[in-house]
Each structure stands twice: as C-alpha cells, then as structure tokens.
Design a protein around this ligand. Structure first.
Ligand code: AMP
Ligand code: MG
Length: 310
C-alpha cells in the first residue's frame, strides 16, 4: 500500500466484520480490537500475509507473533496441548493468557509466525469483535499489537492510525480496549513446569518468572513500547518540561487512576502515554505505581518505556 492512501476506519458492526473477513481472506492486514490492545491481524497460514505484518510494523524478523484461535480445539491443530495447557485453557480462555507450546510439524502455518522457533504462542481472545471475526474465517489470525515496532501499543482505533495510517488496509473500530495491557505470556515446558515470559492481566500462581535478557519473548526486549522522549519513573513531583502522568494522590496532566485502582491504571496506561508522546512537553514523568497484581505488568511496561532504544 502507498502512504498516500489513508487507512479506512470502519465500525465493528456485522457489515464491518464481514468486510474485515474478506480483506483477511485475500491476505490483507486489518487492525482489530481485542480485550488487551488492538491487534494487527493477518491470516496465519499465509507466508505473504504474515510478511506484510512484519513490513507494516517494521518488526524485526526474530520477534515471533501470537496466533489467535477460537478455542482450545482449534489451538490443538497447531500446537501440542499437554494436560497443563488444557487446564490453563479451560480456566482462562477465552481471555488475555497466551500459551507458548510445541509447534506441530503439520501445523500448516507460515514459518515466520513463530520466527522459526519450535514453539508457537497461541491465545483465544474474549473480545466479541475478534471472536466474531475468528468465527467467520477458516484460518487462525496472527496478530501482534497494531503499532509500529517500538512504539506505544494502541488501545483505540485512533492510536492505531498514529503509527500505521496508510500502511494497513483497515481498522475495525470497536472502541477502547478493556484491559489495556498485552496478554500474559506463559511457556509450558516439556516437564510440565510453567515459565512467565511476560506479565499481563492474568497472574498465575506457580509460574517461574523468566530471567532477564531472554530473547525468547522479544516483548522482553529491554526497550519496547517506548515513546520518543525521555521517560522518568517513580516521579514524586512535576519538574519543568514534564508531561506528568499521575496515580492515586499524585495528580498530573493525565492520571492513571485518581483512586489508585490498578485495573483502571492498566486500562489507561497507553492512553496517557499516547497523550504524553503527542504533547508539546519534552519529557514524560510518571508517579510510582505499586508493584502488586496487575501493577507488576504496568511497571514492566513502564520500565521498557523508560529505556531508550538501542
Ligand atoms: P505483541 O503481540 O506485539 O505483544 O508481541 C507478541 C509477543 O509474543 C512477543 O513478546 C513475542 O516475543 C511473544 N512470542 C510469540 N511467540 C513466541 C514463542 N514461540 N516463544 C516465546 N515468545 C513468543
Ligand atoms: Mg507489541
């Protein structure tokens, strides 16, 4: 697509979803709301379609994608599902939990989806728009976050356009996303143990946390989700030139949650970061957020946002 053609935003009603399905069928790219952030979807069984995701995002080819499926039964066509996986799927699907499992030899997916790894990340999303879309098509959808690589993840259709306008075929507008943070990623090892590769909306007991610097899940790259200005964490007060993002009693130009509610803070994190990035202030400062429950995932994203690329 040429940059001159602005990307269409279409309301995610029955007609819009049918159009999205048709675009995906012929190998196009559609940004779709999920319960986490907007995903940039393409059919996962097409090498050409998956290549378009990497090109549109400017995503490094070693960074694998999450494949979205209707349910555990469909996932089972592509990955091996040991008992631990079936149990987690029963408990948390549809929902914001991604499982990394051994890829089946005959999965029939584009090799680039898993960046050549012997494992595949799969998830059954709960957002009704994504579910209707998955029900309409007869292939799974590869969908990373719908932003240029290294930019802030999108929680609204408008956010998608800030970095991908003219680079993708269409945005299905289903309003602001509910969780606001990317899914929790858990790998299930051959001995049945669980390893958390990325914290997210779902906190599992009995997972080992991945060691730092593991490139297996490039959402773990030290710098990720970063706006292109300096970001200061744990800021107790505003300094001149700061776009202040508040939490609890510490106010600001945008507050994550005036009442100190961590779920609200997660849902508003990228909204506030997008506002801060677009503001004329040269720096962004962020009040401390407690490192508990989903606060752990918020702080994980904030640390990456505060780390300059490169
Ligand atoms: P995004 O959808 O942009 O949040 O990115 C997808 C995330 O899933 C990245 O952090 C990937 O590293 C992770 N991921 C995808 N496939 C795998 C895999 N096979 N093993 C480990 N992590 C994966
Ligand atoms: Mg992303």
């Amino acid at each position: 697509m040429s940059d001159k053609n602005a990307t269409e935003t279409i309301l995610a009603d029955a007609q819009g979803i049918a159009r999205a399905a048709a675009i995906l069928e012929r190998g196009g790219l559609v940004a779709v709301p999920t319960e986490t952030v907007y995903g940039l979807a393409a059919r996962a069984d097409s090498t050409e379609a998956v290549a378009k995701i990497y090109a549109a995002k400017g995503r490094p080819d070693f960074n694998p994608l999450i494949v979205h499926v209707r349910d555990a039964k469909q996932a089972d066509q592509f990955v091996e599902m040991p008992d631990a996986a079936k149990t987690l799927a029963t408990e948390h699907w549809p929902g914001p939990l991604t499982l990394v499992l051994p890829l089946r030899d005959n999965a029939g997916l584009a090799p680039a989806v898993s960046a050549g790894l012997p494992t595949l990340a799969v998830r059954a999303p709960s957002h009704p728009v994504m579910q209707r879309l998955l029900a309409k098509v007869d292939f799974p959808l590869a969908a990373p976050s719908a932003n240029r690589s290294g930019f802030i993840s999108p929680t609204t259709a408008e956010h998608v356009l800030t970095s991908l306008d003219g680079r993708i075929d269409m945005v299905l507008d289903g309003g602001a996303t509910a969780n606001g943070l990317e899914s929790t990623i858990v790998a299930i090892r051959s001995d049945g143990s669980l390893e958390e590769l990325r914290p997210g909306p779902i906190s599992l007991e009995s997972t080992n946390r991945a060691r730092d610097a593991q490139i297996e899940a490039p959402g773990q790259l030290a710098s990720h989700y970063a706006p292109d200005k300096a970001v200061r964490l744990n800021a107790g007060e505003v300094a001149p030139g700061d776009f202040m993002i508040g939490f609890g009693p510490i106010g600001g130009d945008c507050t994550l949650s005036a009442t100190g509610d961590l779920s609200e803070a997660a849902a508003r994190l990228y909204y506030c970061l997008h506002l801060g990035a677009a503001s004329d202030k040269p720096r962004i400062a962020i009040a401390p957020v407690p490192d508990e429950g989903i606060g752990r995932a918020i702080n994980d994203r904030l640390r990456r946002a505060a780390t300059p690329p490169g």
